[in-house]
Design a protein around this ligand. Structure first.
Ligand code: SF4
Length: 315
């Protein structure tokens, strides 16, 4: 799995002051499972070290100005950003992680200044904006937002789901493969967006007799949109209740009560999601409930990332 990452987050000394912003979650934890493709448009455009830059709104256009002397440096950054984008286009990416607040890499966090020096709000940096336009469905986040356990869990889940879909597509699937893929993602999709989950089910049922190519295209759009939605405790709780219902004949009254208590404690942010999920997984194994064991919702990414062990990963 390949993820593009701002080079300074990987520890490269490419910032304007020749420093870096090494992010250990990215390199040490995600790096166990992903290969990184680094980019740094400013290093290409101006070299390192370099004067810092800012984005300045000039009538309706955005310009890049040097903080040192106010020179207009727009053209070089646009040109080198386009080159970096072509470099990314050669890679089968499953996500991009940007450095926050940067005039090049910030995702809605790059400050925009007026000519009089006042700050007028925040926007995408020059390179981030090009990436967003080129890859509207690709998972994208900033390292700053990934410090929030809820956003981190959602992003990692999205990246791994995106990767599974890309692998399915690369394997030249049949309709049957797509149905199986959809079935395995049932509860993950429901936790994201119930309506899109149903729409995807209708696409797979193909009542309008589309060609498989057209159908796969429609499914891809819906699937990638659904996995970009953030999970909520409310939706996740509904899914957990549904999963618990699979064992209503097998469990004793007190086992049912314990499981429902765990689900309530999760919904009340007393215990993390991993607790009721582990119990459900245990029962699924004990009673050989294959349908559940095949659900990606139970293990949407490698468990060693342990993101569902944090009570704050639910909102
Ligand atoms: S934020 Fe982007 S442009 Fe700035 S140093 Fe990091 S990678 Fe380079």
């Amino acid at each position: 799995m390949k993820i593009a990452v701002s080079a300074c987050l990987l520890g490269a000394k490419v910032r304007f002051d020749a420093g870096h912003k090494h992010d250990h979650f990215i390199t040490d934890e995600l790096g166990e499972f992903a290969e990184f493709v680094s980019f740094c448009p400013e290093h290409l455009a101006y070299g390192t070290p370099r004067p810092s830059i800012r984005l300045v709104k000039n009538e309706e256009t955005l310009q890049v100005h040097s903080n040192k002397n106010g020179n207009d440096l727009t053209e070089a950054l646009i040109q080198k950003s386009a080159e970096e984008l072509s470099h990314l286009e050669e890679e089968p990416l499953c996500g991009i992680i940007f450095k926050s607040k940067s005039p090049s890499c910030g995702l809605k966090s790059a400050k925009i200044y007026l000519e009089n020096g006042f700050c007028e709000g925040k926007e995408d940096g020059v390179f981030a904006s090009m990436c967003r336009e080129r890859y509207p469905l690709l998972p994208m986040e900033e390292e700053g937002r990934l410090e929030d356990p809820w956003l981190r869990e959602n992003f990692v889940m999205q990246v791994f789901a995106y990767d599974r879909f890309e692998k399915l597509k690369a394997a030249i699937p049949t309709l049957n493969d797509l149905v199986q893929f959809h079935t395995a993602h049932k509860f993950l999709l429901q936790a994201k967006d119930e309506q899109l989950y149903r729409e995807l089910g209708n696409i797979v049922a193909n009542r309008s007799g589309l060609s498989f190519e057209a159908l796969l295209g429609q499914y891809e759009l819906g699937f990638k949109t659904a996995i970009s939605r953030k999970s909520s405790i409310k939706h996740t709780r509904n899914v957990l209740d549904h999963l618990a219902g699979f064992f209503k004949k097998e469990l004793t009254k007190s086992e049912k009560k314990s499981l429902h208590d765990q689900i309530s404690d999760y919904a009340n942010k007393i215990i993390p999601l991993i607790v009721p999920l582990s119990t459900i997984q245990l029962y699924a194994r004990k009673y050989d409930t294959k349908y559940l064991l095949e659900q990606t919702f139970l293990e949407p990414y490698p468990k060693t990332l342990a993101l569902r062990s944090n009570v704050k990963s639910g909102k």
